[in-house]
Design a protein around this ligand. Structure first.
Ligand SMILES: [Zn+2]
Ligand SMILES: [Zn+2]
Length: 407
């Protein structure tokens, strides 16, 4: 049924007008005057909320949500939802806001595209990653209560928030996943339970009928593989300790975090310069192969890419599968340890590699120390600032200022 614009009252028309001009204060005043349902649409079937999302205006969107606007209501002529418009606007925080208000991630427009796919199409990489990594809190709540015949929940309730945070991280580099785990000892101590929950979540994503989410299913699968690897290392170390005999409890407490560090080193080790880290590459390829849903598009695409001649690294294939392809990404500011973007700290000796922080530099030093002296001597890095250096320093200062502004 075509929405009839002539039915719009002057009041409703004024609301659209304020939104299209991004006039937050005026809109606030207007909405305070009269209680009105936010379910009306313009001649294209667009609601006030959809207009605000199209504008990428988070403040107005919040205002409309507070007025009870339905985040999933959709009468748009091409079936674009509020999330589609937010994704096209390029405002990732706005996407997050809509999703935490229950926006459906899998809704497709009239050409069968989800919001994340539309964001990828126009190159809004942050929106793609934010949408693909969003997990409703309700998905976790299920696991903190005993289900069916269970006598205890699969996830101890006090871990819910840590776990929620852990699975929403955008950077899926295995080193980063390990560092994240290392920083949450409560999760680390329960790695067996965490792994079971991840496996169950993977299964759930693939059995949602029309709402199947292959990307999320694969992410849970992948995280469960990393946690399983940590678990394997923990068990191996316990077995070795048992062989050597007990040597006091204080020492074994410390060993727990060392287990993750050993695994991180294994992930970083390359036997040759400028080659891929062999163990990491093999582990990641194996993780892809073990994805149980072999008919899925995501599985077939990854396998095909990894089997091509001169394939990209497995970590880049997995990142792209989960977070979307990124165009024009030169990796100039990527942390060599964990793959994080906008790594602003350089090795002070050679200035040839970048890290997120001291911790990433420390973890990488056993590999980097051999290369550091050699890189430091190359003519391009003779201690003077090059133009590239200057640009990177100004970027670093810029992003630090931005961080200050956010906090
Ligand atoms: Zn890093
Ligand atoms: Zn160096």
């Amino acid at each position: 049924m075509a929405p009839a614009t002539e039915d719009l009252s002057d009041f409703q028309k004024e609301i659209f007008e304020r939104i299209s001009k991004n006039e937050v204060c005026e809109l606030k005043t207007l909405l305070a005057q009269r209680k009105i349902k936010m379910d009306f649409v313009d001649e294209n079937g667009m609601s006030p909320l959809q207009h605000a999302c199209y504008k990428g205006n988070k403040e107005i969107v919040q205002l409309l949500l507070d007025q009870g606007a339905d985040v999933n209501a959709c009468q748009h002529e091409h079936a674009y939802t509020a999330l589609h418009f937010a994704a096209l606007s390029g405002n990732a925080e706005l996407c997050h806001l809509l999703m935490s208000h229950g926006a459906r991630l899998t809704a497709t427009n009239s050409v069968g595209r989800t919001a994340a796919q539309m964001a990828a199409f126009v190159g809004n990489h942050n929106c793609v990653a934010t949408i693909n990594n969003f997990i409703p809190k309700a998905d976790i709540d299920y696991y903190i209560k005993p289900q069916g015949l269970q006598t205890e929940p699969m996830l101890p309730p006090h871990l819910a928030d840590y776990f929620h945070k852990f699975i929403m991280h955008v950077n899926v580099n295995p080193v980063r996943v390990c560092v994240n785990l290392q920083r949450l000892p409560a999760l680390l101590e329960n790695s067996a339970k965490i792994q079971k929950v991840l496996e169950s979540m993977r299964y759930k994503e693939m059995t949602r009928g029309a709402e199947i989410n292959e990307v999320m299913a694969f992410k849970y699968h992948y995280l469960s593989c990393v946690v399983a690897e940590v678990l394997k290392c923990q068990k191996r170390q316990e077995a070795m300790k048992a062989e050597k005999g007990e040597k006091g409890n204080e020492e074994s407490e410390e060993k727990k975090s060392d287990t993750v560090e050993l695994l991180i080193r294994r992930f970083l080790k390359c036997s040759k310069n400028d080659s891929l880290p062999e163990y990491q590459e093999a582990f990641l390829r194996e993780s892809v192969r073990e994805f149980p849903f072999r008919e899925s598009t995501i599985f077939r695409q990854m396998v095909a890419t990894l089997a091509s001649t001169d394939p990209p690294s497995a970590v880049s294939v997995i990142s792209a599968a989960i977070n979307g392809q990124r165009g024009f990404f030169d990796g100039a500011q990527t942390c060599v340890t964990c793959g994080e973007d906008k790594a602003t700290k350089k090795c002070s000796k050679c200035k040839a590699v970048q890290y997120c922080d001291r911790e990433c530099q420390r973890l990488h030093w056993f590999m980097h120390k051999k290369a550091c002296a050699r890189l430091g001597q190359s003519p391009a890095n003779n201690g003077k600032l090059t133009d590239v250096d200057k640009e990177q320093i100004s970027n670093a200062v810029g992003s630090r200022l931005q961080n200050l502004a956010v906090k």
